[in-house]
Design a protein around this ligand. Structure first.
Ligand code: LMR
Length: 328
């Protein structure tokens, strides 16, 4: 029997948590023989509801669930964890941009960063999902300076998956045939889904889709606005697709990337592609032997460069709004 992996999930009683927790304990993240311990964190007002979520989970009798706790205490919640999934935050409503949540959610990530630094296992990795996830990740990372920068991630896989589906629908192909989709910048309405390097059935997208107007217009906007479209349609932000993207993000970080492909995740920029060092921005990455590396040498054109620059400029603006929260 392997040593269990300890996983903290914040906002565990929320809708994403409800879709995510059974996936974690069925082995979707770390494999069918990897036991897990869940450390489920919530705010006091929904602790009772979280206890109910845990009762249901226990009633599934999952063989991989070694133990689980519920708590409102960050120290207890992050104690000894190998992965911290920071899902909890106030979601946006119709008409809001994700960055409008910074003043409400930003401070939560100060406390969580500090508690992770004090309590987590020495190999902890963190995935931030609560919006605006890139800048919330920046806040938490800067409040846990002893945890190396390369352990911090924010989610852009949802945007990658959305882009794949749009490209597949346009060409009448299946989304499993779409590869090499890079998401650049911020998880926001400025993100840039890179069609120049993407492939369908092994061929460059631009060789398969001649409608450049759609690629530069409708395609990009549909990916940028998909979160808003879901909120508009359902009155609630995405949960099932977000939970699935969490599963795929962690699996893609933990497992080696298929040859020739890459996946997208936001991480602390090392200055690659001229993106300011220290910002948490989305890049195409490869996972090898447990390390995540930014894919180097990808072709960019002036159109793509201007889109990436706009998204990075938004990340700088967000940072200037929360600068006070970066001082620990
Ligand atoms: C999404 O992209 O669906 C999530 O980030 C939720 C949101 O606010 O759009």
């Amino acid at each position: 029997m392997k040593t269990p992996i300890h996983i903290a999930v914040t906002g565990a009683a929320g809708r994403i948590g409800y879709s995510l927790l059974p996936r974690i304990v069925s082995g979707d993240l770390f494999g069918p023989d990897q036991p897990v311990v869940l450390q489920l964190i919530e705010v006091p007002s929904v602790l009772k509801s979280l206890d109910g979520v845990l009762m249901e989970l226990l009633d599934c009798a999952f063989p991989l669930l070694e133990n689980a706790i519920t708590t409102t205490d960050l120290e207890e919640g992050f104690r000894g964890v190998n992965w911290a999934l920071l899902v909890g935050s106030v979601p946006r409503r119709a008409g809001m941009e994700r960055k409008d949540l910074l003043s409400i959610n930003g401070r939560i990530f100060v406390d969580q960063g500090r508690a992770i630094q004090r309590n987590a296992a020495s190999d902890v990795r963190v995935l931030v999902v609560g919006n605006p996830c890139n800048t919330n990740c920046l806040i938490a990372m800067n409040n846990a300076r002893d945890v190396p920068d390369n352990r911090w991630f924010a989610m852009s896989r949802l945007d990658e998956n959305r882009a794949k589906v749009q490209l597949a629908e346009k060409t009448g192909r299946h989304c499993r045939e779409v590869t090499n989709v890079a998401i650049w910048g911020n998880h926001s309405s400025t993100l840039y889904p890179d069609f120049l390097n993407a492939r369908i059935g092994g061929r460059l997208v631009c060789e398969v889709i001649s409608d450049v107007g759609w690629l530069r217009g409708g395609f990009i906007q549909s990916v940028q606005q998909r979160g808003s479209a879901i909120i508009h349609a359902t009155g609630l932000s995405s949960a099932q697709s977000a939970a699935h993207a969490i599963v795929e993000t962690i699996r893609s970080i933990a497992e080696p990337t298929s040859t020739g492909d890459w996946h997208s995740v936001s991480l602390c920029s090392d200055g690659s592609y001229g993106i300011e060092r220290g910002l948490v921005a989305s890049f195409p990455v490869l996972s090898r032997e447990g390390c995540v590396e930014i894919v180097q040498g990808l072709q960019t054109d002036p159109f793509g460069q201007s889109k990436i620059a706009a998204s990075i400029s938004e990340l700088r603006e967000e940072r200037s709004v929360i600068r006070e929260l970066l001082k620990n």
